[in-house]
Design a protein around this ligand. Structure first.
Ligand SMILES: Cc1cc2nc3c(=O)[nH]c(=O)nc-3n(C[C@H](O)[C@H](O)[C@H](O)COP(=O)(O)OP(=O)(O)OC[C@H]3O[C@@H](n4cnc5c(N)ncnc54)[C@H](O)[C@@H]3O)c2cc1C
Length: 333
């Protein structure tokens, strides 16, 4: 088993995503225990600009796969590209983020390469070496909608995992660091049976919920679409992304793409503020790994308070605007 670690780096508009820099930082720490080195993979139509951003975060080598077939994400083309890079780099560990792309790509790659896979990890560690050179990867991940955490170990030569956003601190970049760039040819243009025609940006222009560090979510108690304005106002002040419960979505107060929970998005922010949300198990399934949870609810018996780190018993229509004013004052100082 190789001691090296390969990280799939996601990028947008020629910039490596923060979630990938975070994962690269974690991989660097793991590599210091395995005794191997960290490489990154960039796939796209023009990726050399983004490649320069990876060395300061610990990548010693960056594998580049570029070409017209890779301009937009495509399951078939990207999994072929990743398989070609794994073949070339021969890593013992392959990591990606649990983003929509990572969730689609890494399990397919694992199946293709017959490698063990742990999804949605919130932590990774290396078990002391024992009989295995360089030690073994252990993926710490939630199961049963986050009620229980398990440690996953692998019995395959290549170990693969995806990790949730905001699980690890991003290390300070080491300015001036350089990485070797390795172009990988995956064997001519791939014929795409299902090419992606178009990708549209969400309307809000905010960080996607799955990557957001701060989320303010509204529930059925918001009562209508218009009332979500008070959450958007607070979000603008504190740099948060707005989420919603399924009850709010099903009632037509909020679009489905901001639903948090079992049948919505799984989020992992540093701060989650739940406003007028009861705390049903299906909602908790999507946000219970948040680092700090604040609940605002007028019912002191609401189940969300059992999970919240801080609770405000009160009417959200009074509490939220007051908090927004306070945040404005504090941030202006
Ligand atoms: C298969 C399945 C999948 C599901 N998936 C999801 C999912 O992905 N995400 C999800 O969220 N739910 C999901 N649900 C639904 C879930 O069970 C709950 O019905 C839903 O989460 C409730 O949303 P809510 O908390 O906004 O509404 P409610 O449960 O109605 O709670 C509203 C809360 O607001 C409080 N409140 C009322 N007025 C005020 C006020 N003025 N100020 C402050 N507090 C106030 C009330 O005290 C109450 O606690 C799923 C259910 C099923 C069966």
């Amino acid at each position: 088993m190789s001691n090296d670690i390969l990280v799939l780096a996601e990028h947008q508009d020629n910039k490596v995503k923060k979630i990938s820099l975070e994962l690269l930082s974690k991989a660097t720490g793991l590599a210091s225990q395995t005794g191997g080195s960290v490489s990154a993979v960039l796939i796209g139509s023009d990726v050399e600009g983004a490649a320069r951003q990876l060395a300061p975060y610990g990548a010693k080598k960056v594998y580049l796969v570029s070409g017209a077939s890779f301009e937009k994400y495509n399951t078939i083309a990207y999994s072929q590209a990743m398989a070609a890079v794994v073949e070339r780099a021969k890593p013992g560990i392959v990591l990606g983020t649990a983003s929509p792309m990572g969730k689609d790509l890494i399990p397919r790659l694992a199946a293709k390469l017959k490698a063990g896979f742990a999804s949605e990890c919130t932590d990774l560690r290396i078990e002391p070496a024992g009989s295995v050179p360089g030690g073994k990867l252990v993926g710490h991940r939630p199961i049963y909608s986050g009620k229980v955490f398990v440690d996953v170990v692998f019995n395959s030569a290549v170990q693969m995992a995806t990790t949730r956003a905001n699980s690890f601190p991003t290390k300070s970049p080491q300015e001036g660091a350089n990485a070797e760039l390795v172009k990988v040819d995956v064997g001519g243009e791939t014929t795409l049976r299902c090419p992606m025609k178009q990708m549209e940006k969400g309307e809000t222009g905010k960080v996607d919920l799955t990557e957001a560090e701060v989320i303010i979510s509204g529930g059925r108690a918001l009562g209508n679409t218009e009332n979500f304005k008070i959450l958007r106002e607070m979000a603008d002040v504190i740099g948060a992304t707005v989420g919603a419960s399924r009850a709010a979505v099903d009632s037509g107060y909020a679009p489905h793409d901001i639903q948090v929970g079992q049948t919505g998005k799984v989020v992992n922010p540093k701060l989650y503020i739940a406003c007028g949300i009861s705390g049903a198990i299906q909602h908790l399934a999507g946000m219970r790994t948040s680092k700090v949870i604040v609940a605002i609810n007028k019912d002191p018996e609401a189940p969300i308070f059992q999970k919240a780190d801080y609770g405000v018993v009160g009417d959200l229509f009074t509490v939220v605007p007051l908090l927004t004013q306070e945040f404005k004052k504090v941030l202006a100082e």
